[in-house]
Design a protein around this ligand. Structure first.
Ligand SMILES: Nc1nc2c(ncn2[C@@H]2O[C@H](COP(=O)(O)OP(=O)(O)O)[C@@H](O)[C@H]2O)c(=O)[nH]1
Ligand SMILES: [Mg+2]
Length: 329
């Protein structure tokens, strides 16, 4: 990218708001970049765009690899687009730190959705080795909002701890799962059930119909013991097939009901305040980490303290203080 010819922040912000896709894509790349100058520029552009954010439905969808997240998004997203809605899908892909490529190389690409003029599909690598989010997923979502998308979906591979991160970013959180036997159901941890507003048992078609319905009933039982994450909203479980489309209408109705509910009760505005607060704290932490690892003097002091600590020459709190002092020297 030619940074000498870069547009002033207000101009690129205007282009993004006007729906200019290359500008949106380029900004996401800048947002995700580790270069300080990219980050500063991205922050300036985000500042310009902030007044135009907040109008989308922020929806998280998580599930183990192979549960059908991409196939579901292809079917459900296309359905919404055909109704005239504008849909952004941020697909966070667990990338291998060794090959730099995707672990799930053969994973379903949302070809139909990608080609729909109302859709914007953006794959990003996750920061974690096995999945989870990208550290800038929230910023990317804000950019999509400013670009006028009605719904932003954040699709992630569920790896146990990443669900908590997704929950912090979204208004509505869905778990996508498949028919399981009784023992396997234990695999869906209580901790995850406490985070989700909605569970979809996907692949309820062909030979799996009976088992899928049974799984849904078992999950409903498990949920009775759980305190729902959204006040006055009882978590729901539904079966669906992303191949034949059964259940998709119901899911759309339920999502509408959910948002009507949280808008009426001010729960949405509270959730948005929490999301912004979390964003603030995440950014501060990232800035501090960045200032440690990007500054050569600080980094040298850090490595020096590490050696002393390993040799038992210095205690942990003294070493931390030395590193901190070097940041604020
Ligand atoms: N029968 C059936 N197969 C499905 C359904 N949804 C996804 N699949 C298949 O399951 C496999 C994994 O789907 P994919 O969307 O890539 O899963 P992801 O890893 O969660 O994104 C693919 O072979 C899909 O064709 C469904 O509703 N019914
Ligand atoms: Mg996928």
């Amino acid at each position: 990218m030619n940074r000498k010819n870069q547009l002033p922040p207000n101009e690129i912000a205007y282009k993004i708001r006007s729906g200019h896709l290359p500008s949106l894509s380029r900004m996401i790349t800048r947002v995700e970049s580790n270069r300080l100058e990219d980050q500063n520029y991205a922050n300036d552009v985000l500042n310009e765009l902030l007044p135009y954010t907040g109008n989308s439905l922020r929806i998280g969808i998580s599930g183990i690899p192979g549960s059908g997240k991409s196939t579901f998004m292809e079917a459900f997203g296309t359905k919404l687009c055909e109704q005239g809605m504008k849909i952004a899908v941020l697909a966070i892909d667990p990338s291998s730190p060794y090959s730099g490529g995707s672990i799930l190389g053969d994973s379903t690409r949302m070809e139909k959705l990608t080609q729909h003029p109302n859709a914007f599909v953006r794959p990003s690598p996750s920061n974690g080795r096995h999945g989870g989010l990208h550290s800038k997923t929230f910023e990317t979502m804000l950019l999509c909002e400013a670009a006028g998308y009605d719904i932003v979906f954040i699709e992630t591979v569920g790896v146990g701890q990443s669900e908590g991160e997704v929950r912090e970013l979204v208004d509505f959180f869905m778990l996508l799962t498949i028919a399981r036997s009784g023992d396997d159901l234990q695999g869906i941890k209580r901790g995850i059930l406490e985070l989700v507003d909605y569970i979809i048992v996907n692949k309820c078609d062909g030979e799996l119909i009976r088992e899928s319905k049974q799984t849904a009933i078992s999950l409903k039982h498990s949920l009775q013991l759980i305190k729902p994450p959204t006040k006055e909203w009882s978590q729901r479980v539904i079966t669906c097939s992303s191949i034949n489309g059964n259940g998709l209408d119901q899911i759309q109705n339920d999502i509408n009901q959910f948002f009507d509910h949280i808008k009426q009760n001010d729960f949405l505005s509270q959730r948005r305040v929490d999301q912004k607060k979390n964003w603030f704290h995440r950014s501060i932490k990232q800035t501090i980490l960045h200032s440690i690892y990007s500054d050569e003097t600080v980094r040298n002091i850090l490595l020096d303290q590490e050696i002393k600590f390993l040799n038992n020459e210095i205690g942990l709190s003294e070493a931390s203080k030395k590193v901190l002092n070097s940041i604020y020297r």
